[in-house]
Write a protein that binds this ligand. Structure first.
Ligand SMILES: O=C(O)CCC(=O)C(=O)O
Length: 207
């Protein structure tokens, strides 16, 4: 259950407190030096805005992304097949830090870059079949603060967390089964944000 309930706001319109999402929030998990090293490294990431088909029409996704992972950890995400690129130095250091601090194993990371508050991610669950059953997903925020919204699938419960640079959010199993999450547009936000979600995939699932 959440370690920082004070930081998680039930959305005012609904005022539903239960159930609570199975998450752990660690404010300021990365210090300034670690954040700067990652943001500098991210300037060289081969980011793209691939097009996906929605109701028969192709649209560029409203953010940039890249997937890094171990050999055999390719990912079919939002209908896109993404071959794993080799781990960059600081992203790899961060996965080892998460493994040491939380025994949180991961063999791939999706990096999302939101250029400003117009970029966003719609409501979804990270429940692709190649994600190892029962595994947790760790999410790191760098740059601009943004609201992260959680919506329970079988009740009106809805929460919002303002994620800030350096924060770590661990989404524990069975969050991806019972909840959807999203990063809504926030037009007042003018600065960029990076998000790293570390995932454990079944190796060679797409071989
Ligand atoms: O940017 C975020 O915090 C959300 C990222 C996300 O939902 C995802 O990668 O599945």
């Amino acid at each position: 259950m959440s370690k920082h309930d004070d930081d998680i706001t039930p959305q005012k319109a609904l005022l539903t407190l239960e159930p609570k999402p199975p998450i752990t929030l660690i404010r300021g998990y990365l210090n300034n030096e670690q954040q700067v090293a990652l943001i500098n490294e991210a300037q060289a990431y081969p980011l793209s805005r691939p097009e996906i088909q929605v109701f028969g029409k192709f649209h560029a996704i409203p953010r940039q992304q890249v997937w890094f992972g171990d050999l055999g950890c390719d990912y079919l995400y939002s209908g896109l097949f993404i071959r794993a690129l080799p781990w960059p130095k600081y992203a790899n250091k961060l996965r080892h830090k998460l493994a040491k601090d939380f025994s949180l194993g991961s063999n791939g990371v999706l990096v999302n870059h939101y250029v400003d508050g117009k970029d966003c991610m719609g409501a979804h669950s990270d429940d692709e079949p190649e994600i190892a059953k029962g595994s947790d997903i760790a999410s790191i925020t760098l740059g601009a603060s943004r609201d992260f919204v959680l919506k329970h699938k079988h009740s009106p419960a809805r929460y919002s967390i303002n994620l800030q640079s350096g924060d770590l959010l661990i989404m524990h199993w069975p969050m991806q089964k019972d909840w959807q999450h999203s990063l809504p547009k926030r037009l007042k936000v003018k600065d960029p944000r990076w998000n790293y979600t570390f995932r454990q995939l079944m190796v060679n699932f797409h071989a």
